[in-house]
Design a protein around this ligand. Structure first.
Ligand code: ADP
Ligand code: MG
Length: 696
């Protein structure tokens, strides 16, 4: 490719009026070059091209109004407030409210003065009002012109006012380079472009004409925006692929030897692997034999049997004389894995170690030492395993459960524990939260995906009912009858409050109440504030059938496995998201008995909560639930953007733009095959210095 075009890479400080101080502030926001300004895209638009009479205002829809000050009132009742009533040409009144203002500002508003305001109107009992609108006082005889086009509103840059920023971007746009240099890809590659050359698209989104379709622009669906969106998605896609390719260059220990440990475990299991488990295990083993690192995500609905697949994969590493680390996001889940792994592997003579934050002092030193010397072939734990002090002798496989709760950074931290020269360990990531295909393609493009799409035989679907809190007493009696007939039940207490302590208190008082209400049942309690040994003991008793009813917080959300438990009650179910409800419900329906789940809610229900509970009642299919969840919540929230390290998009919206993703993937293939040199330029343009987590 020709050398990078001069103007795209020109530093911003060459623009007139940009001193070093300014440049510094821009740089802090990641804006270094003209191109960075070209691609600093508006978040939304303000329409100051016309005036709206008060009578035509719509609640929440920003508008510009001309009027005269009719009344000014300052009050200091609870907090200082400035209230300015203005009336428009028709005599209709709009009230402006200011809570932060200077005395001089208040003095500007003289009765009868002409004023032009722009803001978002609200309709209250007292009529129309705007809080902190922008405004301008007009001279009596002046006829100030209207804006000629929509005003773009840019993502703020700390220390630089919005008008200054807009001016700078305007200057940069005046130096926008020609289409030939600007467009990194032949436009005929973009089917969605429909004639929107990149240069034109950029000009349009920064400076939309007055007749632009504001509705389409507000929704991000204008073809000019879509032209940019597809390139942004492509840049992210390529960036993830590149990380992946870089990883694969690094090499990994090829685990070729096939011992007899795995076979012995299979023979010892009380069940046969499902077809789906066998297929996925086959895919994993094929990866492990390679001298390049496996990067595989195993998705399987709750109860699909991911753990045993992980254990068999772990044994393959052990058979090759290497170490395995299994990490889970919560201590309870890690403990469950530790127990399952111990029960399966120890009889084969394979020792399993345990490392969590609460393992301290001598015990910790001991485990760390054994990990470092390699005498401990398998270690299970929490994120404590990812900490600096942990050094492995020969780590060949990292298994990470419930990956979406870990950040990308953490995944990398663990991987680096296996560094050996340039070699890194294989990575197996397990998640029960089905990631809709569309998200898998962008957010997880650096991973291969295997699906365990079959549940072990004999599982019965969980019957779900949704009941108002008023039915509580009745439910308690039904639980009593079921438990006396041999069933076991969970009673899940939920609180929005994220603090372990508050949750624990709520669970403790429910526990006390239920013990009184159900004197003939043995009731247990588990929550996040218990010591690990206490938690493990309660879980052991429940598993052994010594406890009939287990009162729990959402700590039991993931991984807990007690097949005889066939009843679950979830309190305040309206407060939980779909993914969490599905996870929780997955704790029942693991045995042959018909299971039920009662979702108890506190009326009144919001529309969204009602839809969530309806979804839970209608389906048990994790995939359907995930798609519904995505529709209700949007992808950022679903994946926990901050946690996943998934980059923020400027314009793209994974949900809205999902229909483009197939085209993006195809385009990605084409770029890599036909114009690999464009990859760098695209990533630099759209992601730039934001890819700090690349770490390869
Ligand atoms: P998850 O995929 O939710 O992590 P688990 O690995 O905890 O599921 O498995 C759920 C339960 O199913 C466990 O008790 C496990 O031993 C059992 N299980 C796993 N595979 C099979 C199978 N092929 N047949 C019967 N039971 C199985
Ligand atoms: Mg699991």
């Amino acid at each position: 490719m020709s050398a990078p075009a001069g103007t795209a890479d020109s530093p911003i400080h060459r623009l007139p009026g940009v001193g070093p101080k300014f440049a510094e502030k821009l740089a802090a926001a990641g804006l270094h070059t003209l191109q960075d300004l070209w691609f600093h895209l508006p978040l939304r638009y303000e329409d100051r091209t016309r005036l709206v009479p008060v009578s035509a205002l719509q609640h929440g829809r920003a508008a510009q109004i001309d009027g005269r000050v009719a009344e000014v009132e300052r009050s200091f009742r609870r907090r200082p407030q400035l209230r300015v009533a203005i009336s428009d040409a028709a005599g209709d009144v709009l009230v402006l409210r200011f809570f932060h203002f200077r005395g001089s500002q208040a003095a500007q508003f003289r009765t009868g003065a002409r004023i032009r305001v722009y803001g978002e109107p609200r309709h209250s009992l007292l009529g129309w009002e705007m809080v902190h609108p922008s405004y301008r006082l007009l001279a009596e005889d002046a006829e100030p012109p209207m804006a000629e086009r929509l005003d773009p509103v840019y993502p703020a840059v700390v220390g630089i006012g919005p008008q200054m920023l807009a001016r700078l971007i305007g200057l940069a746009l005046d130096a926008l380079e020609g289409e030939a240099q600007l467009d990194l890809l032949p436009p005929d590659w973009f089917e969605v472009a429909r004639g929107w050359a990149l240069r034109r698209a950029l000009q349009y989104v920064h400076r939309p004409p007055p007749d632009a379709d504001l509705g389409a622009l507000a929704l991000g669906q204008h073809p000019a925006q879509q032209r940019l969106v597809i390139e942004e998605l492509l840049a992210h896609h390529l960036s993830l692929r590149r990380q992946r390719d870089a990883l694969q260059q690094r090499g990994a220990p090829a685990l070729r030897r096939r011992g007899e440990l795995a076979q012995r475990l299979r023979d010892a299991l009380p069940f046969k692997l499902t077809g789906a488990q066998q297929r996925v295990l086959g895919e994993v083993e094929a990866d492990l034999r390679q001298a390049r690192p496996m990067l595989r995500l195993v998705q399987g609905d709750v109860g699909s049997g991911k753990t045993v697949v992980a254990a068999l994969a772990a044994l393959r590493a052990v058979e090759n004389g290497a170490q395995v680390a299994l990490v889970a996001p919560t201590e309870l889940l890690a403990e469950q894995h530790f127990q399952a792994f111990s029960a399966w592997l120890e009889p084969l003579g394979v020792r399993v170690g345990w490392l969590a934050g609460k393992v301290t002092g001598k015990a910790r030193q001991g485990v760390l030492c054994e990990i470092a010397e390699g005498t401990l072939p398998v270690v299970v734990g929490t994120h404590a395993l990812m900490q600096q002090a942990v050094r492995f002798h020969k780590l060949a496989l990292c298994i990470i459960d419930e990956q979406h709760r870990f950040g990308v950074h953490q995944r990398l931290a663990l991987r680096d524990k296996g560094l050996e020269g340039r070699r890194i360990p294989h990575q197996l990531v397990m998640t029960a939260t089905p990631i809709p295909r569309t998200l898998a393609m962008t957010a997880y493009a650096d991973l291969d995906v295997s699906r365990i799409d079959e549940l072990p035989p004999g599982r019965t679907p969980v019957r779900t009912v949704v009941l108002a809190n008023a039915r509580r007493e009745e439910i308690i009696q039904r639980i009593r009858e079921a438990c006396l007939a041999g069933a076991q039940a969970y009673w899940v207490c939920t609180l929005i409050e994220d603090s372990d302590e508050v949750q624990a208190q709520a669970a403790e008082s429910t526990f006390a109440l239920l013990q009184v209400a159900l004197p003939d049942l043995s009731v247990g309690l588990v929550h996040g504030r218990l010591k690990p040994a206490e938690k493990a003991e309660v879980m052991r008793q429940f598993k052994a059938g010594d406890l009939q009813l287990l009162v729990a917080t959402t700590v039991i959300e993931v991984g807990v496995d007690v097949p005889n438990a066939s009843l679950m009650l979830i309190e305040n179910a309206e407060r939980l998201g779909l993914a969490q409800l599905h996870q929780l419900r997955g704790r029942v329906g693991r045995g042959a008995a018909v299971s039920s789940c009662v979702l108890l809610y506190q009326p009144p229900l919001s529309g969204l909560a009602r839809q969530r509970l309806e979804t839970m009642r209608e389906t048990g299919d994790g995939f359907v639930i995930a798609e519904r969840d995505l529709a209700l919540r949007g992808p950022g929230e679903m994946l926990g953007t901050r946690q996943t390290g998934l980059a923020q998009f400027r314009l793209a919206d994974l949900q809205r733009d999902a229909p483009l993703l197939d085209a993006v993937a195809a385009l990605g293939e084409r770029v890599q095959a036909e114009r690999p040199e464009a990859t760098d330029a695209l990533i630099r343009r759209w992601i730039g210095s934001a890819v700090r987590y690349a770490g390869v």
